[in-house]
Design a binder for this molecule. Structure first.
Ligand code: PLP
Length: 439
């Protein structure tokens, strides 16, 4: 089936003009090897590369494509908006509608500021937390990725982990010293940090359910514990839902954890991205009016963007959220459960020690005896797992027409368009991939 020459020559050409041939590092296949597939088109659960090979896609644009690729209602909304003008640099009613839709789903987001990327959202949330508290320090957790914000790159997961970097060159020591990096799922470490430096800590930022070191769910009570500790010390809690927001439930991980898992907590600030733009560049910060109104123009914390609330991007986001009803979430949940079990069965049949870890409909495979025995709860455990089993597994799936994330440190993403035919193709590919992982 595979003609890889077209992908190879596209990659060669790309490397002559784009650093590493890509515009975002994980796309370069550095941790799995081989040539990245250059994508020509996508529809529903499938993507097609420049050689004409079609793959069932379990990347879904790293999250946004909750409805599947090129969903007709989203494409129509974009075409209609584009015909009315691409960007005005002035407010539009569409922005108001999108903000209202976000607030309807997450009522604690009383006020919403739209930006273009998840990175901008977390960067703004951190600035707002520092502005509101007058304190310099931020706590983040090892293995959590919050975008390429200077102060949040230390021990970040995702591409930083894929490249095996501790952080990034170009981040000054002064900036790095204002971030405290703690082990995930360890409230004792958070208590200790606050006991020592609490008066200087502006905020704790955490992925609502980490998905950038593979899937590492929050232990029961972890997010609520962060809420309790931050509140006790006058610091803010920033729940980064860029990846989980409007994907794992209609109201994100926060909605899932509070209504399905029975937790009770409300963060000060939420950050959203990915699904909220439906495949176009939209992200958002949400929180209580008194806090959000400290942003310019009402308050002293500056934030702005030429393309913020872009009308075409907002149209894609609105159409996506309006189509993402209960049936969509139920379908994606059911597919995730079915597929995760099938992955596990195939690996077990080949004697590969592993555990499939879930956060709602997001899942990934952790390899190794320790993972199989007691699960993976921290970034250090992910790094100590049998990550070497992933590249052969990945390539066997790719050769069989299934596009997995090209790194073990990423979540697998499903869409409501993954029907029985698409899932059937994944199921057919699994035994061979499990054999490759066992070798
Ligand atoms: N926060 C989380 C949890 C993410 O997963 C990501 C991206 O993967 C970001 C922030 C950054 O978003 P963006 O890539 O849109 O800048």
């Amino acid at each position: 089936m595979h003609d890889d020459a077209a992908n190879h020559s596209a990659f060669e050409r790309a490397q002559g003009v784009l650093p590493g041939g890509v515009n975002s590092p994980v796309r370069a296949y550095r941790s799995v090897g081989g040539d990245p597939r250059f994508i020509a088109s996508a529809a529903g659960p499938y993507i097609t590369d420049v050689a004409g090979n079609e793959y069932v896609d379990l990347v879904c644009s790293w999250g946004p494509a909750l409805l599947g690729h090129a969903h007709p209602a989203v494409v129509a909304a974009v075409q209609e908006a584009a015909a009315r003008g691409l960007s005005f640099g002035a407010p539009t009613v569409g922005e108001v509608e999108l903000a209202e839709e976000i607030r309807r789903r997450v009522p604690a987001a009383e006020r919403v500021r739209l930006v273009s990327t998840g990175t901008e959202a977390t960067m703004t949330a951190v600035r707002l937390a520092r502005g509101a508290t007058g304190r310099p320090l931020i706590i983040k957790f090892a293995g959590c990725y919050h975008g390429h914000v200077d102060s949040l790159l230390a021990e970040a997961g995702s591409g930083v982990a894929t490249q095996a970097l501790p952080g990034s060159a170009g981040v000054t020591e002064a900036t790095a010293s204002e971030t405290l990096v703690l082990p995930y799922n360890d409230l004792g470490a958070v208590e200790a940090a606050f006991a020592e430096r609490g008066a200087d800590i502006a905020a704790v930022i955490t992925e609502a359910a980490p998905a950038n070191m593979g899937i590492v769910p929050p232990a029961p009570g972890f997010n609520a514990g962060l809420r309790r500790i931050t509140a006790a010390h006058g610091a803010l809690l920033i729940l980064d839902e860029v990846l989980t927001g409007f994907r794992v439930s209609a109201s994100g991980w926060w909605g899932y954890e509070t209504s399905v898992l029975g937790a009770s907590f409300t963060p000060d600030l939420f950050t959203f991205g990915k699904v909220v733009g439906g495949g176009m560049p939209v992200a958002a910060i949400g929180g209580p009016a008194a806090l959000m109104d400290q942003l310019a123009p009402l308050g002293p914390v500056y934030q702005a963007g030429t393309l913020s609330g872009n009308p075409v991007a907002v149209a894609a986001g609105l159409a996506t959220l309006r189509a993402a009803d209960a049936a969509v979430y139920a379908k994606v949940d059911a597919t995730a459960t079915h597929l995760g079990a099938a992955v596990s069965e195939a690996l077990s049949a080949e004697g590969v020690a592993h555990r499939v870890q879930y956060s709602g409909s997001l899942f990934s495979v952790m390899f190794g005896e320790e993972a199989a025995a007691s699960g993976v709860h921290t970034y250090a455990q992910v790094q100590a797992s049998d990550t070497f089993r992933y590249p052969p597994f990945f390539h066997a799936m790719l050769d069989a027409g299934v596009n997995l994330p090209p790194s073990v440190y990423e979540a697998w993403f499903l869409s409501a368009a993954h029907d029985d035919v698409a899932v059937g193709r994944i199921l057919e590919a699994l035994p061979g991939a499990a054999r490759a992982a066992a070798a």
